[in-house]
Design a protein around this ligand. Structure first.
Ligand code: 5GP
Ligand code: MG
Length: 182
């Protein structure tokens, strides 16, 4: 399906809202089972993971706390070398079982940076749940909803320069002159 937004960007639906919800229900069941009897803190990586995090947490059937971390790495469609930390968790993570919730793992650089920050708080365990991962990424992920190839994805929280986050589905963006990779 091709959708035209503002007459500029052509979007192709990659995973529909229904497909995402169905997959997240399975993932949530697995996570709920794994974290029974644990001291879980689910950590949302803002902004991209916000809808994935919300949907997942609402489906988790175990006791937990939530908190947020904000870090930015991308400028346009290119990964920037400069990672900026804007917000760190307020919950005391010492001795807790932390589940990081991320939108997409590409090179793994962002996650490695976040791990360095979190390990200073001495949690008991740290695992990672991600909505998307690139097939060629060698980064080890505990819970992954979907595996994708090299395409740039927007929607369901993922953006291009702050836009498209509110699309209720995941879509690939077909670059036009306005979104060229240069
Ligand atoms: P990494 O540090 O693993 O290379 O990149 C991960 C971060 O880059 C993600 O948190 C996300 O913000 C951004 N990113 C990577 N690929 C995409 C993509 O296809 N679409 C969007 N919107 N962001 C991406
Ligand atoms: Mg992100």
């Amino acid at each position: 399906m091709n959708i035209q937004i503002s007459g500029k960007q052509a979007l192709s639906v990659l995973y529909s809202e229904k497909e995402i919800k169905k997959r997240l229900a399975v993932l949530a069941q697995q996570i709920s089972f794994d974290y029974k009897e644990k001291d879980l803190v689910v950590l949302c990586i803002l902004n991209g993971a916000m809808f994935f995090f919300t949907e997942l947490v609402l489906k988790l059937n175990c006791s937990l706390k939530v908190d947020f971390i904000k870090i930015s790495s991308y400028e346009g469609m290119k990964s920037s070398q400069n990672l900026k930390v804007h917000l760190t968790p307020q919950v005391n993570l010492r001795g807790k079982d932390v589940l990081i919730v991320e939108d997409i793992v590409d090179t793994g650089r962002t996650i490695k940076e976040i791990l360095l920050i979190l390990e200073k708080s001495r949690p008991k365990s740290i695992k990672l749940a991600t909505l998307l991962k690139r097939q060629d990424s060698s980064y080890d992920i505990d819970y992954c909803a979907f595996s994708i190839q090299g395409e740039f994805v927007v929607g369901y929280g993922l953006d291009l320069d702050g836009n498209y986050r509110n699309l209720p589905y995941l879509a690939t963006l077909n670059p036009s002159k306005e979104t060229s990779l240069t």
